[in-house]
Ligand binder design. Structure first.
Ligand code: HEM
Length: 520
């Protein structure tokens, strides 16, 4: 009744204007009024953001200063990191990339941002939960995170990695055999796609170190099914982030490839549950069991929760670790193989260096200068975590004379500062020798600017494991094989996509394989 009266009053007020001066209908007028109000609000907000906002003095594109979605098109085309690099080249080390968001490119800011004074942003990290629970990667609460990290640290200590060394080495041998398999068969071409083989290698290492689960030499086992399920989940996760109404439980009913990806997510969870149950059923000597990732989670209390984790929380952690640890290490190994397959002289020098080593063990190879330089240079040029690690400032911070107030969103990206030409000459080229110089000051600067595993309390918990895998696999591959890039590979195949974690566009790496005898 009140509504009707209101409408009548509005009509009687507007009628003289409408009917006498124009032939615009009432609805068109109202529509116009709302449009004007909306536009007015937008203009006032934009003027505030551009001229009066605390970040107004920070350079950046006008559109980025006014709207939150400035980077969305770059993100949708998987080129966010590339766009940010171009922005830094144009605007300098501190760029405003959103009304309340700043990107930094000077490596000297890295430790300030990631070692203290910041918290992970909610909007990004909440979306990376896999079953709805928190995991080590997603926590925002610092005390909750520290307790979970303490619970898991033991599994990733150098001591645990050395205890697991024999099976990591065994997996690296299996990788070499799988690469050789094609080359050895006279009927088949000596060309191998190492892309899926690197994926299987890093996944099987994680499954071994988490669940003491081992796979044979065949590539067609359960681990391949799991690898495909994890890759598909990545796609489903991105769809869910972009279109939040497509929840995981709704997604499984979608037709076609997308529905398939959501169902694969369920399959991954089920397989993880099975692996965890099998591990927990097996009686094992308590000391021996401690080095497997599941054990401390099952046996010890989380000191923040004051209780042990329940099975669902354990599954979330295990899926999180598998996701964080498999694609990252395999992408690094893929780009390392790609870089050497294109560079026969460096391969030969590496082989010479390796021939001087009696046994390929972690301790035996971790200090080899050229091998270390090759691994570092791969992580510099092709960072497995390519994109912004988004944070929010807990307190105000001054950077390059700019004051960033508490609450500002800040972020840096390995792809940008690890290609900074003021630190790395010819920054877009693969030059392992840049790490083999005697200038200690320069080396110190380059090492400080190399942050593939991040820094501070949220740095990579799995970095000892990742390094062990990279050292052992690289040494074993290039000791036994000479690889050349197959002529069908194109630059497009190896273009880097920014999916937060990096992935190559073509999802293949074809190499021509020559098996070497010990004398070669
Ligand atoms: C070359 C290989 C790897 C690279 C380049 C890498 C890189 C990173 C980076 C940059 C972060 C910080 C992410 C952020 O702040 O949002 C991170 C965190 C993390 N990584 Fe890795 N990672 C690698 C391998 C692994 C492995 C093998 C595992 C485990 C098996 C692992 C597990 C994790 C976890 C659980 C976190 C979250 C840690 C926390 O917040 O406390 N990563 N990694």
């Amino acid at each position: 009744m009140k509504l009707e009266q209101g409408q009548k009053l509005l009509m009687s007020t507007l009628r003289p204007i409408v009917s006498e001066r124009t032939d615009i209908g009432l609805f068109r007028l109202l529509f116009g009024l709302f449009g004007l109000i909306f536009l007015g609000k937008f203009v006032v907000k934009a003027i505030y953001r551009v001229f009066f906002h605390p970040l107004s003095g920070i350079p950046g594109p006008l559109l980025a200063k006014t709207v939150e979605w400035y980077l969305v098109p770059a993100q949708a085309s998987l080129q966010r990191a590339h766009r940010l690099r171009a922005l830094h080249q144009r605007y300098g080390a501190v760029v405003r990339v959103g009304p309340n968001e700043v990107s930094l490119s000077g490596w000297t800011a890295y430790r300030d941002i990631y070692s203290r004074n910041t918290t992970k942003t909610e909007h990004f990290y909440k979306d990376t939960r896999l079953t709805g629970h928190e995991n080590l990667f997603t926590f925002r609460n610092k005390e909750a995170h520290a307790a979970r990290r303490k619970l898991q640290n033991v599994s990733y200590s150098q001591q645990s990695i050395l205890a697991n060394e024999s099976f990591i080495a065994e997996k690296a041998d299996v990788l070499v055999k799988r690469i050789m398999k094609n080359a050895n068969e006279p009927s088949s071409s000596p060309t191998t796609d190492v892309y899926p083989l690197c994926g299987l290698f890093s996944l099987e290492v994680i499954l071994g170190s988490a669940f003491n689960r081992h796979y044979g030499e065949s590539v067609n086992g359960d681990s391949l099914a799991l690898l495909k399920a994890i890759e598909c989940t990545g796609v489903a996760g991105q769809v869910k982030t972009a279109l939040p109404f497509i929840t995981r439980s709704r997604g499984i009913y979608m037709p076609g490839f997308l529905g398939h990806c959501f169902r694969q997510w369920d399959l991954w969870e089920k397989m993880t549950q099975q692996l965890s149950e099998e591990f927990q059923k097996n009686e094992m000597d308590a000391d021996a069991a401690e080095r497997f990732t599941v054990t401390p989670m099952v046996k010890h209390e989380d000191t923040f929760l004051h209780r042990k984790l329940n099975q669902q929380e354990i599954i979330e952690e295990l899926m999180g670790l598998t996701f964080a640890g498999s694609g990252t290490t395999s992408t690094t190994l893929i780009y390392l193989t790609y870089s050497l397959a294109r560079n026969a002289p460096i391969q030969d020098r590496l082989r010479q260096e390796l021939r001087g080593v009696k046994d390929v063990t972690i301790k035996g190879v971790q200090d080899l200068p050229l091998l270390s330089a090759i691994i570092k240079e791969t992580m510099r040029l092709y960072p497995a975590i390519i994109s912004t690690l988004p944070r929010v400032l807990d307190r105000a911070m001054t950077i390059d004379k700019h004051i960033l107030p508490a609450g500002t969103y800040v972020g840096m990206q390995n792809f940008v500062h690890q290609r900074d030409s003021s630190v790395f000459h010819q920054p877009d080229d693969f030059i392992p020798d840049r790490w083999l110089i005697n200038d200690q000051d320069k080396l110190k600067e380059m090492n400080a600017a190399l942050t593939p595993f991040s820094a501070g309390p949220r740095n990579c918990i799995g970095q000892n494991l990742a390094k062990a895998e990279l050292y052992l696999a690289t040494a074993k591959i290039f000791n036994s094989l000479k690889l050349g890039l197959n002529s069908s590979m194109t630059q497009w195949d190896m273009e880097m996509e920014d999916r937060f974690a990096m992935a190559s566009r073509g999802k293949r790496l074809l190499v021509d394989v020559e098996v070497l005898s010990r004398q070669d």
